[in-house]
Design a protein around this ligand. Structure first.
Ligand code: FES
Length: 261
């Protein structure tokens, strides 16, 4: 079988609008999971990051990727603050590790005992954009839904998030068959309702790197050149969706998608 290795472009698009420095620039980096990508941000921005602030919101085990961020922010003496939402002390992971930061006022705990109305008012917390600040959030679906709905005042470049599981708003989606065309070879493949683009391409000898296969890690990002994808991922921004699709989960609204492969 013809064996083709595809270089799956991964991405982390950073567009920092120069709110601090007064100049505008955009950066494209290889896509990396949320926390590693964050380290890449720091690496690329270098000293500039010192002038930026980070507001972190963690829900439950969503605190995990924040720990690496916190370590780097501390190392760089960058201003940051984290709201950490859990049911109660017994359900607060890494509590011992965070105690010094809680005492220093850098981490604020919010316990809701299972009732979100008793916990952090996320909408109020994120209501106003803070110039020079990037917000990062990670947590369970309800937490993510609220946080995403609360950042309308923030420029998209300054908002970063990661799902621990795929977003829960795809359960109603209905799969219909479509075709994909490979730009380089002109080959056309049928994508049946019960198979993903990735699965079909693999069947046909393509080697495609994936991780979550559920639209939330960003590993399988692929540029498309024609057609209209039905995006089902949780990582691409509106602008990116005009050029890229996560082919582990994307379907198509048009009869054919032309992939830049
Ligand atoms: S493999 Fe994770 S988004 Fe496609």
């Amino acid at each position: 079988m013809l064996h083709r290795r595809l270089r799956i472009r991964t991405r982390l698009t950073l567009s920092y609008a120069g709110l601090v420095t007064g100049c505008a620039f955009g950066l494209k980096l290889p896509n990396l999971p949320f926390c590693i990508g964050f380290a890449a941000v720091l690496l690329v921005l270098g000293g500039s990051w010192k002038h930026l602030a980070a507001r972190l919101l963690a829900g439950g085990i969503g605190v995990t990727p924040m720990l690496a961020m916190i370590a780097e922010l501390e190392r760089r003496a960058s201003p940051w603050h984290m709201h950490y939402c859990t049911r109660g002390p017994a359900r607060t992971a890494f509590l011992d590790r965070l105690r010094p930061l809680i005492a220093a006022g850098k981490v604020e705990l919010h316990h809701d005992d299972g009732d979100p109305t008793r916990g952090l008012d996320i909408a109020r917390t994120l209501a106003a954009f803070e110039v020079g600040t990037h917000v990062y959030f990670c947590g369970p679906p309800g937490f993510m839904h609220t946080a995403k709905a609360s950042v309308s005042a923030w420029p998209p470049f300054n908002v970063h998030y990661e799902y621990f599981t795929a977003a829960d708003d795809r359960t109603e989606a209905v799969n219909t068959p479509f075709q994909v065309k490979i730009k380089k070879s002109g080959e056309v493949f049928d994508i049946p309702a019960d198979r993903s683009i990735v699965a079909v391409l693999r069947d046909n000898g393509f080697e495609i790197e994936t991780d979550c296969e559920d639209g939330y890690c960003g590993t399988c990002i692929t540029r498309y050149l024609d057609g209209e994808p039905e995006h089902r991922d949780t990582v691409l921004g509106e602008d990116e969706r005009k050029r890229y699709a996560m082919i582990c989960c994307a379907r198509a609204k048009s009869p054919m998608l032309v992939l830049d492969l």
